[in-house]
Design a protein around this ligand. Structure first.
Ligand code: MLT
Length: 407
C-alpha cells in the first residue's frame, strides 16, 4: 500500500472555509426558510465587468476557426496580458517591472500555496497571526511547519502577532527566519501598513537575507495615500520580495480565476553551499513543469479589465464594495462593536462580546441572526475573540445585516 504524506493528517481535517460552508449548510437544512446573509468567505456578489464578458465571448468565438484557435499557451501567460499588467500595475505607478518577471496564473491562492515548492523544507517561516490559512496549511503540508501544538500553533513556525495592542502592525521577528508572509491590505483584519512601516520590513529583509512573500490581492481597495499598492514601491524590494496579485476581488474573477505573481530577476536564493540561484528561474521551471497556463479566454477577460471601459467598470465594482465596507463599519460601531479595518480593504474585523470565543460568536450570529461571518480563530490564535465581516455582499443584504445587529 502506498504510504501517504503524513503532514496531511496533522492539519485540521477541513479547510476553514469548507468548515464554515458545512455549518451553514446544516443550519439551512434545519431551518430551510432562514433568511441567511452571507458575510463569510470573501466571494464577490456583483457580476463580471461587461468588458471582460465581451472579451471572453470574442475569445471563445475565435476557437471556432483554425486560424484563430489557440492550443497550449505560454506557461507564464500570454504577452498581451503580461504587457498590460506591466504598464498598468507597475510602469504607470513608477515601478520598473519587466514582462518576464510576471507569471500569470489561476489566482493568488494557488500561487501563495505553491511558492513553497522552490524553497527548502528546512527554511524557517514567519507568518503574521492572524493570517490567510493557505500560508500555514501549505507549509504544514510540505513539512516545514513542524508539529501542531494543543493551541493549534505549529512548533516550527514563527508567529508575528497582530492585535489591537500593536495596532495590527507586526513586530520584526526576534529569531532568525528565512521567509516571511505579509498580506497587505490584510486578510483577515482589513488593516494596512504605511509606506514607512513596509520600508522597515524591506530593510530588515535586506539586512537579514530574508525573502518576503507579499500578498497584495486586496490592493485595489486602498483609499489612503500613504498605503503602498505594491511592495516594489519601496526601494530595494526587488532584491527581497515576491508579490502575489489577483483579479478575483479586483474584478470579480473568484469563479473565472486569474491572478499573477511577480518574481524579480535579481531576487536570489541560496543552495546549501551558499551558491546564489535566481528564484525567477526556479519559479519558471516549476510553472513549466506543473502548470499549462491560464486559459486563453480568461486571460483575454483579464486583459479587458485594463481597457478604458474595463477600468471604469472595475472602479465601479470596487466603489460598490468600499461603500458596503463603510456601511458595515458604521453599522457595527453604532451597534457597539469595537472594529478595525474596512477603510482600505473589503473586510471589517470586529471584537466578539467579552467572554465569547470566535467560533461561539460565529454560531450565535448564524443561529440567532442568520448572518454568516468568519470566526477570527480560524485565521490563527491571535484571531481568537474576533469575527470577520466581508463587504462583498449585495447592498440590500449588507444594510439588512446591520439592522439585525443593531437590535
Ligand atoms: C477569504 O475569504 O479569506 C478569501 O476569499 C479566501 C480566498 O480568497 O481564497
Amino acid at each position: 500500500m502506498a504510504q501517504i504524506n503524513e503532514n496531511f493528517i496533522k492539519i485540521p481535517a477541513t479547510y476553514l472555509f469548507s468548515e464554515i460552508a458545512k455549518r451553514v449548510a446544516q443550519h439551512k437544512e434545519e431551518n430551510p426558510t432562514a433568511p441567511i446573509i452571507r458575510m463569510g468567505i470573501g466571494d464577490v456578489s456583483l457580476p463580471l465587468p461587461d468588458a471582460s464578458v465581451d472579451a471572453m465571448i470574442k475569445a471563445a468565438d475565435e476557437q471556432r476557426s483554425a486560424e484563430t484557435f489557440r492550443g497550449y499557451g505560454p506557461e507564464q501567460g500570454y504577452a498581451f496580458l503580461r504587457e498590460a499588467i506591466v504598464i498598468n500595475d507597475f510602469t504607470n505607478r513608477g515601478i520598473d517591472i519587466a514582462e518576464d518577471e510576471i507569471f500569470v496564473s489561476d489566482g493568488a491562492k494557488s500561487d501563495t500555496g505553491n511558492i513553497g515548492d522552490i524553497f527548502d523544507v528546512n527554511n524557517r517561516v514567519a507568518i503574521t497571526d492572524p493570517s490567510y490559512p493557505v500560508y500555514v496549511d501549505t507549509n504544514a503540508m510540505a513539512g516545514r511547519a513542524g508539529e501542531p501544538t494543543a493551541t493549534g500553533e505549529w512548533t516550527n513556525l514563527v508567529y508575528l502577532q497582530c492585535n489591537s495592542e500593536n495596532n495590527f502592525v507586526p513586530a520584526l521577528p526576534t529569531e532568525k527566519v528565512d521567509l516571511v508572509y505579509l498580506c497587505y491590505p490584510n486578510n483577515p483584519t482589513g488593516t494596512t501598513l504605511t509606506k514607512e512601516q513596509l520600508t522597515v520590513w524591506v530593510e530588515y529583509a535586506k539586512a537579514n537575507n530574508v525573502i518576503l512573500l507579499f500578498d497584495a490581492a486586496y490592493e485595489a481597495f486602498i483609499t489612503e495615500e500613504d498605503v503602498p499598492h505594491s511592495i516594489y514601491e519601496i526601494e530595494g524590494a526587488k532584491d527581497v520580495a515576491i508579490e502575489f496579485r489577483s483579479f478575483s476581488k479586483t474584478a470579480g474573477f473568484t469563479g473565472t480565476r486569474c491572478g499573477y505573481t511577480v518574481v524579480p530577476k535579481q531576487l536570489m536564493g541560496n543552495t546549501a553551499n551558499g551558491e546564489k540561484v535566481s528564484l525567477n528561474k526556479l519559479w519558471n521551471r516549476r510553472q513549466c513543469t506543473k502548470f499549462n497556463g491560464t486559459s486563453y479566454i480568461v486571460q483575454r477577460a483579464a486583459e479587458a479589465t485594463y481597457s478604458p471601459e474595463g477600468k471604469k467598470q472595475v472602479k465601479a465594482l470596487i466603489d460598490f464594495y468600499t461603500e458596503n465596507a463603510r456601511i458595515i463599519r458604521e453599522g457595527l460601531t453604532k451597534a457597539g462593536y469595537t472594529i478595525f479595518g474596512g477603510v482600505n480593504a473589503p473586510y471589517v474585523w470586529a471584537k466578539a462580546p467579552v467572554g465569547m470565543g470566535s467560533w461561539e460568536y460565529f454560531d450565535f450570529l448564524l443561529k440567532e441572526k442568520n448572518i454568516v461571518t468568519t470566526p477570527g480563530a480560524g485565521f490563527g490564535a491571535s484571531g481568537e475573540g474576533y469575527v470577520r465581516f466581508s463587504a462583498f455582499g449585495s447592498r440590500e443584504n449588507t444594510i439588512e445585516a446591520m439592522k439585525r445587529l443593531e437590535k
